[in-house]
Design a protein around this ligand. Structure first.
Ligand code: AMP
Ligand code: FE
Ligand code: FE
Ligand code: ZN
Length: 271
């Protein structure tokens, strides 16, 4: 049997839906995959698996190979890192309990951010915000969207730059899971873990962090991230080879069109 070669961009294992901070439903995302020639895909919402089953079901209908996924907000050596999980059982109880803890923490944090915004004359309707994100992952982009609706800022970027980003006056940190604990939970749910866009978070400590994660059972590295330069992609692909890890590819797609930060579906850096 001859094996069909996948075209560049046909694998995209990193994207977000309305269940976290993306703008498309899982079904619409599958539609975008079809449109952009993505054949193998994973929905990796921040700290939630609420959209996974819908994504997989729609994938089956549309001829897309869809695997369960999530992007866990984690911490290693005091730094924020994102751990992607794939192929796990989305109904695993320990996994769901951990995600529930993170979800509740995100609600509390949204309240604290709303409290700070009052000093700037911005009164977020926190009840409406929580209602809108019931069962979903409430992040800063959701607060930014409300600020846009209220006419306080023009877009998400302005909301982050003026108020929500780290170092800005309404910044409040979120709770994260320890990276090792996160990888253990993903493994126990039957999945594998991959370090997302390492160059975004590692600074000069990439190899040291990769070694620690690899010693703890990390399975792969998202070297071909659209957030990486070619140089970074090639560095992390090289490190993955050295430590015997998979290399994955992901766009970190959040919404169609450009918003200055996020990337088109199917896009990733090239070596
Ligand atoms: P949170 O999970 O609440 O900490 O929000 C993090 C999310 O905010 C990221 O996943 C991005 O989607 C988004 N984000 C972070 N920085 C910016 C920015 N400067 N402009 C627009 N979106 C951003
Ligand atoms: Fe995001
Ligand atoms: Fe991320
Ligand atoms: Zn992401």
């Amino acid at each position: 049997m001859t094996q069909k070669k996948l075209k560049a961009g046909a694998v995209d294992l990193h994207m977000h839906s309305v269940f976290s901070d993306g703008t498309l439903t899982p079904e619409e995302l599958v539609g975008e995959c079809v449109k952009h020639g993505v054949r193998i895909a994973s929905l990796t919402d921040h700290d939630t698996v609420a959209g996974v089953e819908r994504f997989i079901r729609q994938g089956i209908c549309s001829g897309i190979t869809a695997v369960s996924g999530l992007e866990l907000s984690s911490v290693l050596l005091g730094k924020e890192i994102h751990i992607l999980g794939y192929g796990f059982d989305p109904s695993d109880e320990t996994l769901l309990a951990t995600l529930e803890r993170l979800r509740a923490g995100r609600e509390k944090r949204a309240e604290a951010i709303a409290e700070k915004l009052i000093d700037f004359g911005i009164t977020i309707d926190i009840t409406a915000l929580k209602d809108r994100y019931r069962g979903k992952s409430l992040g800063r982009p959701a607060i930014a969207d409300m600020m846009i609706e209220m006419g306080c800022v023009a877009d998400r970027r302005e909301a982050f730059e003026r108020y929500l980003a780290e170092g800005r006056p309404a910044f409040v940190d979120k709770i994260r899971v320890d990276a090792y604990e996160g990888m253990d939970i993903i493994r126990k749910a039957g999945g594998i873990s991959v370090w997302a866009h390492p160059a975004l978070n590692a600074g000069t400590e990439g190899e040291e962090m990769l070694k620690l994660l690899s010693d703890h059972g990390l399975d792969g590295v998202e070297a071909f991230s659209a957030a990486h330069t070619c140089r970074e992609a090639s560095m992390y692909a090289g490190l993955a080879a050295r430590y015997g890890l998979y290399v994955t590819s992901g766009s970190d797609f959040h919404k169609p069109g450009e918003d200055g930060k996020h990337n088109p579906l199917g896009s990733r850096s090239y070596v």
